[in-house]
Design a protein. Structure first.
Ligand code: ZN
Length: 255
């Protein structure tokens, strides 16, 4: 058995091996072995506590599936701290257009887990946004092309509200940023989110992670602002309790 009472790395005595099927990159196999042999033993109590007490993640993060954009790594969060949903293009389909994984993750996070923050996180050099700019490149990927229709509003915004002669790199960046704003709008169409916003206590965040610099830009409801070490994190929407009908009760007209 590996030692569980010290932080000393001890290789697992029985690293997993594959006996059949296609080979998996050896670094993945080694990673599993290292986790089981020297990481998990030091964290077992934490994992046991997470099972005993259940998860209480601080936020739901909807991020791109891009392998370079790992929410837990960017935020330095550990197990149990983030409820993460990732897909190509960090997309949130508007409610009722698609009953799928994203809708279910949102509903579960808000209703069952009671998260108080939802983050939509886009990023630089996004392949999904590149596909949106070059639909011809998606000819062999009909599912991706169909999925990206949820970002068509962002594409139209960049086409019609930005300069015609915008540099392609700037266009890609603008598209990814506008896409975050569009997905935040879609988020509000989900009943669980709409209700939580009306009750107050739920905040929506739009982030953009710049892979090459590590910078994080956050949407403040009007524009993206670069996060600094001493600055407060801009929030796209902070909800306060509201009832639109409170001051105008519905009256039945006299006949
Ligand atoms: Zn991406």
């Amino acid at each position: 058995m590996p030692r569980r009472d010290s932080g000393v790395a001890v290789p697992h005595p029985h690293p997993p091996t594959l006996t059949q099927g296609p080979p998996v990159d050896s670094s993945i196999i080694q990673g599993i072995s290292t986790f089981r042999g020297s990481v998990f033993p030091g964290q077992q109590r934490m994992y046991e506590r997470l099972v005993r007490d259940g998860q209480q993640p601080k936020a739901l993060i909807i991020a791109c599936a891009d392998s370079r954009v790992a929410p837990e790594h960017i935020t330095q969060a550990g197990p149990g701290e983030l409820f993460v949903c990732r897909n190509a293009g960090n997309i949130v389909p508007p409610f009722s257009q698609m009953n799928g994984g994203v809708s279910s993750a949102i509903e579960y996070a808000v209703v069952a887990l009671g998260v108080r923050d939802i983050v939509v996180c886009g990023h630089s050099d996004c392949g999904a946004m590149k596909g949106l700019m070059q639909p011809g490149a998606l000819a062999a990927m009909p599912n991706v092309a169909a999925w990206l229709r949820h970002s068509h509003a962002a594409d139209r915004i960049v086409c019609e509200a930005y300069p015609d002669d915008i540099d392609p790199k700037d266009r890609l960046r603008a598209l990814a940023l506008e896409n975050v704003v569009v997905q935040l709008a879609h988020l509000r169409t989900h009943p669980s989110v709409a209700a939580a916003l009306a009750k107050g206590g739920l905040s929506l965040h739009g982030w953009f992670f710049e892979i090459e610099t590590g910078a994080l830009h956050a949407y403040d409801g009007r524009r993206f602002v670069t996060l600094t070490d001493d600055g407060a994190l801009p929030v796209a929407e902070v909800s306060t309790p509201r009832r639109a009908a409170a001051d105008l009760p519905v009256r039945v007209a006299a006949e």
